[in-house]
Every structure is written in structure tokens, then in C-alpha cells.
Ligand binder design. Sequence first.
Ligand code: NA7
Length: 534
Amino acid sequence: PRRRPPREVDVLVVGAGFSGLYALHRLREAERAVHLVEAADDVGGVWYWNRYPGARCDIESVDYCYSFSDELIQEWDWTERYPAQPEILRYINHVVDRFGLRDGITFGTRVTAAAFDEEADTWTVETDRGDAVTARHVIMATGQLSVAKLPEIPGLDDFAGEFHHTGNWPHEGVDFTGRRVGVIGTGSSGMQSIPHIAEQAEELTVFQRTPHFAMPARNRPLDPDHVADLKSRFAEYREQARDHPGGTHRFLGRESALEVDPEVLRETFEGHWRTGGPDIQASFRDLTTDRAANEKAAEFVRSKIREVVDDPEVAEALSPKGYPFGTKRLVLEIDYFTTFNRGNVRLVDTLATPIERITPGGVRTSEQEYELDALVLATGFDAMTGALLKIDFRGVGGVALKEKWAAGPRTYLGLSTAGFPNLFFIAGPGSPSVISNMLVSIEQHVEWVTDYIEHMFKNGLVRSEAVLEAEDAWVRHVNEVADATLYPVADSWYLGANVPGKPRVFMPYVGGVGRYRRICTEVAADDYRGFRTT
Ligand code: NA7
């Protein structure tokens, strides 16, 4: 039988991914009455849902892990440079079992509404199973890429074959053998799954709207000596990441791509192509800020696509242009471009020939109809705010979060929003989260929030709310930092550009993980400056 959440808790955590599980663990350690509610039937968050073939993290496994327990670090062995979804899910389950977290979670239950009671200074949280939980604090750990977005192409429901969104993949898997398959979308999910589907399917048609930039992952088994070395000094290793702009160990080039000798430029880029991974983005200091510098990296990647793809027309269509390199999240690819050299794969450039509708038999573009037995929708997510705004939050004066954020999310430090006391976001809009190594950011956010909650309980404080002026100043700072980069130029999910009608606001904080951490630490040391407490 389904475990029901308690009627009353100190803290309710929503979401059993990396963030929520760590929050649950920390608050249990602090002996708070804490409970977690999760919509899925098991733990894992994004790694529970995204089971499409080829699903893999684009952060190295030795960085994409918790650091709060040295025993955990020592006992767990990752197998590959970039961990695949099944391995990450095994890791999450291992953590849950090891720290005995499962009995603190209600599964299969979705939070639908939450209202702040101004008399009691508590939240009343409702679920789709009819539960009502009273909680002093609510921690939203509902993820950034957790609301799968279907394309707004007419006719999807008419399609006679089966279709699946990559972010909501059947747990039993999908067998494409002998079938004519179409994939719509060529971001990370599309580029990761396409080579696998191509191997199985009779015929694969890839519908590409915007070509995305990618670097080779150069995935490989981990070298045991390398791992042993990192384990012997993991605390120090992680500390470097905490202080780093990206929460990683990426080398930060100090030279300008425009001033350096062209040979050095080429050799630097070639070096990154050989070793793989996303670090090329930081190889020169101006790649994310100067269009001409950025174009050097962009053109390098295009030259590689031309080398790898046999058909020059296909290579041209696969070559990203019109937006700067790295401003849509850089994809790490494994056999993606070479997949277009296969006889059973064709590329349809929907910028040239737009999709008009999905028909019972397949996909019709302005040029022709493609007959398909199955359709894969790798069309992304209502990112960062999607999961929060699906819940009917009512703050002070009954104001809806949806209203407050009608022109885009506004937060203080990405952690909290004025008018919604005792409500905290992990990796929320206005925090570095998605632009960083999520695990470094998640640990920092969870530790900061749970420390703050502990501080409140210990000092008899029942209510904390971000001050509007502090929030306005933070939003200004987030915008200023973003506007100094090329990021806002691209139509990316970072600014909600992939969801029609979503306000175009650059959501992540690109000021750097280390800098963000220092700001949060200073805020706490300054008696939680910017929060009003009762
Ligand atoms: P992304 O990166 O948002 O990619 C979605 C893809 O789907 C992208 O190529 C889109 O083209 C395409 N798309 C979306 N809607 C449509 C419609 N209506 N018609 C045609 N094509 C469409 O999502 P992913 O799941 O790949 O990756 C998300 C993040 O997960 C990734 O950045 C990593 O951080 C991990 P567009 O580019 O918008 O023209």
C-alpha cells in the first residue's frame, strides 16, 4: 500500500532526485520532522524518467556525484568517463538504501497546490491523492528539466504508430527493429538517442529544426589509477570545483581567441576535439563574450562536421549557424555525425522544409510526406519554471506564483521569492544550477537552505521571507551578468525561448559557481541579509 505523507511536518520536500534526497538526508540528520513527496513510483528524478537509448550525463562521473560522505565516495566505483542513465540511477538507489531514505518518501503522489497560512506561518500542501500536509517549510526540488514538452505541431494525436517523448520513456524500453522511425528534435536527447535508434531501425528520419553544436564525448572506461588518485584526495578535488565558475575542473584560458597565433588557436581546438568534452568553451577568455572570438570556435566545429560527414549537403545542414557556439547547451556526442553516413538514415532540415502536420501515417513537411511506424519526440522541456508553475502556489495575500512570475521568474539568490515565505527552491531560476555541474550546485543549495532552516528552528524563528528590494537587486545582477555574455542571443531553453508564450528571460545565473557560493555564504554570515524573519 502507498505510504501516506504525515499530516504535519517541519519540512516537506518535493521531488526525489539528487536535490530532494540530499535535503531529506540532511534534515533527518538534524532530527527534523521531514517528509518527501514524489510524483514518480521510485527515486531518481530526471534519471528516473529519461531512459531513452543513449541517455548519458554530460558531466564526468567523478564530478557528477555527492561529496557529503567520504564513505560513499570511497565505496562507489563509476565505470565510465560520462555515466549512462542506468548507472546514475543505480548510484541514486545505492545512496537511498545506504542512508535509509526510502521510508521517508511517499511515491506516486504529485503536489498540486500549496497555500501559505499567514496566521500559522505554515504551508498547506495538497496532492493529487487527496493528501493535505501542513509544513512549516517547503523545499521545492522538482528539477529544471522535468516537464517534458511536446511539440506544438498539429496532428500528433492522429498518429497511428507509437510515439514517445525522450523525457518520459517507457521503462520496458522500445524495440525499433524493422521499423521506420522519425525523431523530432536534435538537442542533447536527440543527438544521444539517434545513433542508437539508427542501429536498430529499418529506416530513420531525423527532423532537425536548429542544428546544435556538439563536441565528441570521447567516452571511455575510467582508469582505475586515476580514480584511486582522486579518491585519495577527493575533498581537495571537490573543493576546487566548488570554487570554479562552472563547478568543474575545466581549465580557464586567459588568452583572447582573436589575439592568439592562429596555429595555437587551431592546435588548442584540435586538442579539445581529441580529448573530447565541453572544456573547449573556456579555452579562450572571450569565447562566451565576444561574437568574433566565439565564431572561431563555431567555425572549427563546423570544419569537423564537414570532415566527418560524407555528403557535403548533409554536412552543411548539420552545421550550426545563426547563433553563437555554446549559447544553447553544448552537446557531447558519441557517433552522432557519422550516423548520417549510414544508408538507413536521412536528415530533413525543417528550416528549409517546415513540418506542416503529423498525419496518421507519419510526418508531412512542406515538401513531402514521410511514412513512419514510430515517432520519437526529443523536443525538450518547459525548463526551470515548468515544474514550479504547474503547482498552484498561493503566497501572502493569496497571490499566485503564476501571477507574480507572469513576466518571468523573480527570485532572491535563486532560493526564494518575495511574498512566498518559508518556501525554498533548489537550483531554482536565478541560481547557477543548469549552467554548472548540477551536483556541486545542488549540494551547495541544499546545505545553504537546510542550514538556514536549522538556524530558524534554533532561534525560534517561524517565518522568513525574501525582501522585495533584495530580490530586485538580485534579478538585476543576474541580468547584468547574463547581458555581458552571448548567452541571451540564442533561442534556448535557458530563456524559455522553446516554449511559445513563455516570457523571454534569461533564467540561470552565469556569474559563476564560486562567486555565487561566496555571495550566499556572505548573506548567511550577515545574519541572512535580504530576508525578513519573524
Ligand atoms: P533541447 O535541448 O531543448 O532540444 C529540443 C530539440 O527539439 C531542439 O532541437 C528543438 O529545436 C527541437 N524542437 C522543439 N520543439 C520543436 C518543434 N515544435 N518542432 C521541431 N523541433 C522542435 O532538449 P533536450 O532534451 O535535447 O536537452 C535538454 C537538456 O538536457 C540539455 O540541454 C542538457 O542540459 C540535458 P530548436 O533548437 O528549438 O530549434
